[in-house]
Design a binder for this molecule. Sequence first.
Ligand code: FAD
Length: 371
Amino acid sequence: MDILISGAGVAGLSAAVDLGARGHRVTLVERSSHFRVNGSPIDVRGDAIAVAENMGLLAKIRDRQLRMTENSVFVDAGGTVLAALPLAETSDSDDDIEIAREDLATVLAEALPADATVRFRDSVAALADDGAGVDVRFASGDTGRFDLVIGADGLHSAVRRLSFGPESGFVKHLGVYAAIADLPAEAGSGGPNPTYNFPGHMASIMRYRDRALAVFLFRSDPIEYDYHDLDAQRKVLADAFAGHDEWRIPELIAAAMADPELYFDSSSQIHMPSWHRGRVVLVGDAAHAASGLSGRGTSLALLGTSFLTEELDEDDLEAGFERYEARQRPYVRAAQAGVADGADLVVPATREDIAARNARLQTTLGRRTSS
Ligand SMILES: Cc1cc2nc3c(=O)[nH]c(=O)nc-3n(C[C@H](O)[C@H](O)[C@H](O)COP(=O)(O)OP(=O)(O)OC[C@H]3O[C@@H](n4cnc5c(N)ncnc54)[C@H](O)[C@@H]3O)c2cc1C
């Protein structure tokens, strides 16, 4: 089949690798000018590890495994360590593989089929499914006809909007925003990864290998801004931390303002009754974002694209899509339900909640510093 995949994140790239391996011709269209390989390290966990193995990529992923999260501590405004993040509260098992998002994306991009086409700086502007194929008009003005269109374009999916309706009908805001920026001044500095909280806010330094990131979370009701506008994102972030000069907040915010690849988004979920319509089907965050608080978005993306590929049936698309959804839904339900208290751990709402969290986790710190 001739398949168009909108979005070249983990879901889009893994779909292209899986489908290409089965002999389909894939075209990827990516809004950015390059593969967006930034972001904080993520986890490949549970059954997604077997998916990576089936793709022949597990050894490469293991080669790049990190142990960043187990080095995380909570500090006060003066930088004194108060508590440590217990691994048991962030991972499912010792088998979880923590890997830099850029490393996973690179491993997947290197595995793309040789005949795959990638259209950077473009996106789907219009779709017309006539039952026998889908006519696509791109934002660039180019057109094409495909047997299948896969929406792998993330939380704010254009394919979902065009085929299923506005995002507002499917999105569930979890009351938290997240930002991640490069922190070159701390690159290669080593040491534990400190997290500082003030009520409803978190600022953190995450170091791995020779890199360092500034990571922010803050609680907020939904904020109106253009999520394609980097300056608008910068302003929302700066406003959320304005007036806070304690700990290292000013230098971390300055790094975020300077980073042209700043990642900023809401922690939101997507809930849809169906992920397919005619010859259009959704995968990854576009279909079922669980939010960064779940720690499972990447694994869900790998699982879903493998199920879709295995179940794809050219002679009966509808039946194949139904089987894909039936296999994927239990994983999505568990991941989306699992975020219930994720924010309470890393971004407690009140001063009392911060103190209670630190008191609860002091025992972890004691065990870690005495070992
Ligand atoms: C830059 C970046 C950094 C991230 N960092 C983290 C992180 O640190 N922690 C975490 O838990 N999750 C992070 N995420 C989200 C995480 O990658 C996903 O939850 C998970 O991997 C599922 O991936 P996905 O491919 O479905 O969606 P995404 O990873 O969101 O990928 C979607 C892709 O589609 C592209 N795209 C968007 N709209 C269009 C369009 N209209 N046309 C064409 N292309 C489009 C995007 O540029 C992106 O490449 C990040 C996502 C991005 C894009």
